[in-house]
Design a protein around this ligand. Structure first.
Ligand SMILES: Cc1cc2nc3c(=O)[nH]c(=O)nc-3n(C[C@H](O)[C@H](O)[C@H](O)COP(=O)(O)OP(=O)(O)OC[C@H]3O[C@@H](n4cnc5c(N)ncnc54)[C@H](O)[C@@H]3O)c2cc1C
Length: 417
């Protein structure tokens, strides 16, 4: 019989009620785990999807309720004991207890850290001004949406995915928007230079002013309110809202304070286990050995959160398998659906299929003659096929992909899977 969390003890205690934490709980039940499961999260609401926050939610096409991942009734049915508004402050490893802000101590058989990441802050001049915004949580997004209604000039700092998604919404609403980026191209850490150049062109055509190689010197204000962004070449960009989108930092303090190894994220092995056999870490907060990168890394994506939630659940249900999921990601920027399969940024050769002019095409990216991933624009089927090919044990070579009559679909369908 499936157990309910008993008093202050749970067989599996998950801290962080986001995408990864919820997935671990759901997958434990799917795997037939009959022990007690408790999910503890600091946010006041049930676990929700973050991706729409910078897309439909700020735009007004997706409501807060529509973002909730599972209703409470289902969690009750599955006997997942969820505690919202409950912040964990410490782990007592010797007693296998999690300490909450209100002093409660929750005992665990196994603890899963799924605390996610937070937005990197601007700490330079003007950091205290009203109108400096971040976009990580529903609360952030609701505040941003409200202010957008009264804004004329928006500056986005950081041309990463979240910054560009938000800039696209702002431009569509007819407001003036400047994007400031220290690198020389958009999304530089994650996409190929070819894709960066196209997105730059398309965003500029949509009325977004882009400033590359540009550094923030200060955020300037008037009567405590944001008035503009000063760049290090002394240019002043007018602003009544400044969205800071300069990346995320892992919430790994609980682990660090408990004496576990952290390295810009909680250090786990390929089973997603920390050095303490009673503690795992998953999702945005976990620094894991990634076979596709050939290195340890932290990944901020829904795919990674879901697949790591599944991996840890399978292990706790007695089916240990290393984490080997193909990385994939999407970003909706205006009418452009960008999807990535594999890790494409550090690749050296490209094959293009489809039509750039119609904004429906894909780039197949190769590293050292081997298929490393695909970037697709408004061609979701290619993304699916690329993921299937990347999951195969035999890699796709450049010569094969370049040969006349090469068919992505046929190759993806061919054995071995
Ligand atoms: C605006 C935005 C847009 C995004 N768009 C995309 C996209 O288009 N595609 C994509 O693949 N990914 C996207 N992502 C990334 C994706 O949402 C994350 O990678 C995913 O949510 C990670 O899941 P997680 O469970 O690791 O972390 P989260 O979903 O962030 O959940 C972690 C939870 O832990 C809680 N927590 C932290 N510390 C404690 C504590 N001490 N005690 C209790 N609770 C705690 C946090 O408050 C949070 O609720 C986006 C993210 C954002 C913010």
């Amino acid at each position: 019989m499936t157990k309910t969390a008993d008093g202050d003890h749970a067989d599996v205690l998950i801290v962080g009620a986001g995408q990864a934490g919820l997935q671990a709980a759901l997958s434990l039940r799917e795997e037939g785990f009959a022990g007690s499961i408790r999910l503890v999260g600091e946010e006041p609401m049930l676990p929700y999807q973050r991706p729409p926050l910078s897309k439909g939610f700020v735009q007004g096409t997706a409501s807060a309720d529509s973002l909730v991942l599972r209703p409470r009734s289902l969690l009750d049915e599955l006997r997942v004991d969820i505690h919202c508004d409950a912040r964990a402050t410490a782990i007592d490893r010797a007693r296998q207890e999690l300490v909450l802000l209100d002093g409660r101590r929750l005992a665990y058989g196994h603890l899963v850290l799924a605390t996610g990441s937070r937005a990197r802050r601007w700490n330079g001049p003007g950091a205290e001004l009203d109108g400096i915004m971040y976009l990580r949580s529903m609360t952030d997004a609701a505040a941003l949406k409200e202010r957008l209604g009264q804004a004329c000039n928006v500056v986005v700092v950081g041309a990463g995915f979240i910054g560009l998604e938000f800039a696209s919404v702002v431009a569509k609403a007819g407001l003036a928007v400047n994007v400031v980026e220290a690198a020389d191209r958009p999304m530089a850490r994650c996409v190929t230079p070819t894709m960066s150049a196209l997105f730059r062109q398309w965003h500029e055509e949509a009325g977004i002013a882009m400033h590359f190689g540009a550094r923030l010197a200060a955020i300037e204000g008037k009567a405590g309110q944001v008035a503009g962004v000063r760049l290090d070449d002394d240019r002043l960009l007018p602003a009544d809202i400044v969205l800071i989108g300069i990346g995320g930092i892992a919430n790994d303090e609980l682990a660090a304070q408990a004496g576990l190894a952290v390295d810009s994220g909680v250090v786990v092995d390929e089973l997603l286990l920390t050095e303490d056999p009673a503690i795992s870490a998953i999702g945005d907060c976990a620094s894991h050995p990634n076979v596709f990168a050939g290195a340890r890394m932290r990944v901020e994506s829904v795919q990674n959160a879901i697949d790591q939630g599944r991996t840890v659940a399978a292990r706790l249900a007695g089916k240990p398998l290393p984490y080997r999921a193909v990385p994939w990601f999407w970003s909706d920027q205006g009418s452009l659906k960008l999807q990535m399969a594999g890790l494409v940024a550090q690749t050296d050769r490209l094959i293009e299929i489809g039509s750039r002019h119609e904004r429906r095409f894909s780039l197949l990216a190769f590293r050292d003659g081997v298929f490393a991933g695909a970037e697709t624009v408004n061609r979701p089927a290619d993304n699916m096929l690329a993921r299937r090919i990347l999951a195969k044990p035999v890699p796709l070579g450049f010569a094969e992909a370049e040969a006349a009559g090469f068919d992505l679909k046929a190759l993806a369908a061919a054995a071995p899977a």
